[in-house]
Write a new protein. Structure first.
Length: 409
């Protein structure tokens, strides 16, 4: 559902504006207008609108999720459930009761001037294809718009988003390129990572050089566009009936950044056969060993796991048992279970790391376990991979080319 007009909330304080051109009162030119409602474009308008619609949701029996304030849940007898997600003035709702659906639509359309857009097919650039077997999310149309916008619609495709052996760095002596254009491309690609985790690491790399981009960085950026040219039909498929256990993968490279020697953390969480959350981010500190780098990555992954478990519980999708986090570094796992200090780890606050994971394990929240490097899905978020490895891990993320899906009307 979508609001047909500007989002206007009610002011709780007194606000005044100067008389706008064309609406000046003759004889009262020095007076100002007092705002009764928040106008679209004012800095406080989004907050006023959220306060208004939040009040409405609470009044009609919804509960606001304490961990995600744009999500509201309503539960009725018999296990009836209605979940509403809010994005400014657009509402997405899902549930298991047609009666609750109808009552909610009637209620919200009486309260606000909203239109019912029907079954979700397209939302903020994300295409949603629903069938009896599952849901397929993609951004095929958006990829086409990116390629057209940056004159790459006729480019030759490549099989990977980054070239093996090419190390990006600040390149102070390189030829400068248009920084505005570079930022526009990077910004567009960042938004694309909402459904395309396969380009997450490559986009993370090029985003580090937006201040002074050179031809080296622009070529790396255009390679991502060339990769998208041949994979615009890719998306994530969430199959119905798969196991609902949340599983995480965590990985890190070691001193991969050529300019400051920092490592890159990567993690991904799977629910069934599809990835639902992923990250590739340069670490905030310089680590002195691969074990320490994995410490930092595993901690970030565990923190995300805690939040994900809470969100799923709010969705009545409670995780029974510990969430398994898979790591391919044996030293990290051993030190998390037994804080032994030796030459390579004596500078690390191992006990703090041990207590953190120890408490999580005792509470049954997470369990750090070992996996083979060949099966480490998070490796795609920390390293430039050869084609064979890249395609394998891309498939394990749930990405596939689903050209024909029976769409639900």
């Amino acid at each position: 559902m979508s609001n047909q007009h500007s989002c206007m909330g009610i002011w709780r304080s007194r606000y005044f504006i100067e008389q706008p051109p064309g609406y000046i009162k003759v004889g009262n030119e020095n007076k100002v207008f007092r705002l009764k409602k928040a106008l679209n474009g004012l800095k406080q308008a989004p907050r006023a609108w959220y306060s208004r619609i939040e009040t409405y949701f609470l009044k009609v029996g919804f509960i606001k999720c304490p961990y995600e304030h744009t999500m509201f849940v309503k539960i009725e007898d018999g296990g009836k459930l209605l979940i509403v997600c809010l994005y400014v003035d657009d509402l997405i709702f899902i549930g298991n009761c047609d009666t609750m659906f109808g009552e909610f639509k009637k209620s919200v359309m009486n309260e606000f001037e909203m239109s019912d857009l029907g079954w979700m097919h397209y939302f903020l650039g994300i295409e949603v294809m629903q069938s009896d077997d599952g849901i397929f999310l993609s951004q095929k149309k958006y990829v086409g718009e990116i390629l057209n916008r940056f004159q790459m619609k006729d480019c030759n495709s490549v099989s990977t988003p980054s070239e093996c052996g090419v190390k990006l760095h600040k390149d102070h002596n390189g030829k400068k390129v248009d920084s505005t254009l570079y930022k526009q491309i990077v910004g567009s690609l960042i938004y694309l990572t909402a459904t395309r985790p396969d380009v997450m690491y490559s986009v993370s790399l090029i985003s580090r050089y937006m201040e002074n981009p050179t031809e080296l960085h622009l070529l790396a950026t255009k390679r991502i566009l060339r990769y998208l040219q041949g994979t615009r039909n890719l998306g994530i498929y969430y199959k119905k009936g798969e196991k609902s256990n949340l599983v995480g993968y965590t990985d890190s490279d070691y001193a991969g950044d050529q300019d400051d020697g920092r490592s890159t953390s990567g993690y991904v969480f799977m629910l069934g056969i599809g990835a639902i959350c992923w990250s590739s981010k340069k670490q905030p500190i310089v680590t002195l060993s691969s074990t320490e780098a994995e410490f930092v990555a595993a901690t970030a992954c565990a923190c995300q796991a805690i939040w994900m478990r809470r969100i799923l519980e709010e969705l009545r999708f409670k995780q029974y048992g510990a969430t398994i986090i898979l790591c391919d570094n044996s030293s990290t796992i051993k030190l998390s279970k037994n804080p032994v200090v030796h030459g390579r780890s004596k500078h690390i606050d191992v006990k703090l790391f041990f207590f953190f994971f120890g408490d999580l394990c005792k509470d049954g929240t997470v369990d750090l376990m070992h996996c083979k490097s060949d099966d480490q899905v998070a490796d795609i978020f920390t390293n430039v991979l050869k084609r064979e490895s890249f395609v394998k891990l891309r498939g394990l993320l749930g990405l596939c080319n689903l050209g024909s899906v029976k769409v639900v009307n």
